[in-house]
Design a protein around this ligand. Structure first.
Ligand SMILES: NC(=O)c1ccc[n+]([C@@H]2O[C@H](COP(=O)([O-])OP(=O)(O)OC[C@H]3O[C@@H](n4cnc5c(N)ncnc54)[C@H](OP(=O)(O)O)[C@@H]3O)[C@@H](O)[C@H]2O)c1
Length: 218
């Protein structure tokens, strides 16, 4: 996740105005290490998600780790209001996964499956349960899970205490306004404590890697 000094997680609906080349390199590296990228449907819609790429510089490491050439994208969605004619669904290297609830619109589920997506029920009614989503992905063999938010999804993952690590870019910018913070939704009873593992800097941007104590580090 990337945030400005005053806590904005986006500007004009996008995160790229608050990002930088080093942030994008880290973003790409984290993807290259992951089995699956878990993301909320609004981020997919706003940021125009495409399938993850296979990158030559990570091919040997992925093969040695028993991973396929690129991570799958797994989208959390209640409505399945997504354009299934996009490459994200029709031509990924690994089928895109949709995590939804038992009451997902049947016609949208069929459209997703026709396009080649894998639909997994991970919650009752319209709501996906974050912990159930994490377990469902692990059941597919996707144990190195990376979430790219957005804030509404990340807030639920925080509340369910299923994050074991946090990579946060702090952009040397002030945005004011009413942009979302990196994690939204109801607050947790007691703030979850993380420990700092590393802190890098480039062009005034800080790149922090944090771990939730007690959770295994991969
Ligand atoms: N700064 C950063 O690092 C960063 C990272 C990512 C995104 N962003 C920004 O954040 C914004 C989008 O984030 P957002 O927080 O609004 O949305 P989001 O978390 O990406 O997606 C929200 C959507 O995900 C689905 N969803 C979330 N939780 C669900 C649950 N428990 N059960 C079923 N479906 C669920 C719903 O999809 P349906 O509507 O399809 O049902 C919901 O509308 C964009 O502006 C993006 O640029 C910033």
């Amino acid at each position: 996740m990337v945030s400005t000094l005053d806590g904005a997680a986006q500007h004009d609906g996008h995160s790229h105005p608050i990002s930088c080349p080093a942030d994008m390199r880290i973003f790409g590296t984290l993807r290259a290490l992951a089995d699956v990228v878990l993301v909320g449907a609004e981020t997919v819609r706003q940021e125009g998600y495409r399938p993850a790429r296979a990158r030559a510089e990570f091919a040997a490491a992925r093969e040695a780790a028993g991973q396929g050439p690129a991570p799958a994208i797994a989208i959390v969605t209640a409505a399945l209001d997504l354009d299934f004619s996009l490459p994200l669904f029709t031509s990924p290297l690994v089928p895109t996964v949709l995590l939804t609830g038992t009451d997902a619109p049947a016609e949208r589920v069929r459209a997703a499956e026709r396009a080649g997506a894998r639909v997994i029920v991970a919650g009752e009614g319209r709501r996906v349960e974050p912990a159930r989503a994490v377990h469902a992905l692990a059941g597919l063999g996707y144990t190195r899970q990376l979430t790219e938010g957005g804030p509404r999804l990340l807030g639920q993952l925080v509340a369910a205490d299923v994050l074991d690590e946090m990579c946060l870019t702090l952009a040397p910018m002030l945005a004011a306004g009413d942009a979302q913070r990196i994690a939204g939704g109801p607050s947790v009873a007691v703030p979850h404590r993380f420990e700092l593992l590393s802190l890098l800097e480039e062009d005034g941007f800080l790149f922090g890697r944090y771990r939730r104590p007690g959770k295994p580090l991969r």
